[in-house]
Each structure stands twice: as C-alpha cells, then as structure tokens.
Write a protein that binds this ligand. Structure first.
Ligand SMILES: [Zn+2]
Length: 123
C-alpha cells in the first residue's frame, strides 16, 4: 500500500508482545482506546518480531483515523487493518518494551564464538 501520508517509516506488527505490554494493551482497549503494536520494517532482519530493534512499540491512540496530520497534537500514521481504517490517529502515549522473541539481542543466536576463557581451562 502506498503511504499517502508521507511517513517515511513502514510499520509491521510484531507477532509477540511481552506480558506487561499485553496487560497494558488490554487495559487501554477496555476503556475504548485504540492500540497499535509496531516495529519499524527493515529489508532484512534476524529477529522478525522487532526487526532487530531489540524492542517493540505500543502506541495508545484516543481517536482516528483522520485524513491529515493535526497541528499541536502527537499523531501516528496507521496503514489500516480489519479493525481500524487507514489514516492518522491522535496519540496519547507510546511505550517501548523489550522484544520477547530475542530479549533485546537480535541476531545473538547466530553468533558461534565460544567464551574467551571457559571456566574449565582456567586451572
Ligand atoms: Zn527481537
């Protein structure tokens, strides 16, 4: 989908959220707010959940979608889903959480180096 709102970033939805993020999301949805989980897309990434950022974002919005960027309010572009339409949403708060898939260390599982001084060689 083309980004008609000129946000240079393309967002993807992380498939895994940490428990504290799930909890916050449920709380906010229960009082009628719109919650987006986001990571910023990259061409290639070791961790597909956070796109190697090591963290995922949860953005709580109070209203939207709108056709243009508001003045004097924090807002975010959302490309649309089954639940929420494409457009601009007014942001109440964004929090970052450690990525539960890679624990904030994307690509670590690909490292094959052994510890420099294993305990069993030190005597
Ligand atoms: Zn990750």
């Amino acid at each position: 989908m083309s980004n008609i709102f000129h946000d240079p970033r393309v967002y993807v939805t992380p498939s895994q959220l940490p428990p504290e993020a799930e909890h916050w999301q449920r709380q906010e949805k229960a009082i009628g707010r719109i919650v987006f989980a986001k990571a910023i897309e990259k061409q290639s990434a070791h961790c597909l959940n956070c796109m190697d950022l090591g963290e995922v974002y949860l953005t709580v919005c109070t209203s939207g979608p709108y056709d243009g960027w508001p003045s004097g309010a924090k807002a975010t572009y959302f490309p649309g889903s089954e639940q929420h339409g494409e457009g601009i949403y007014i942001v109440r708060e964004t929090r970052t959480f450690l990525c539960p898939a890679c624990q904030g260390k994307p690509g670590e599982e690909l490292e094959v180096d052994l510890p420099a001084s294993p305990h069993w060689t030190e005597w």
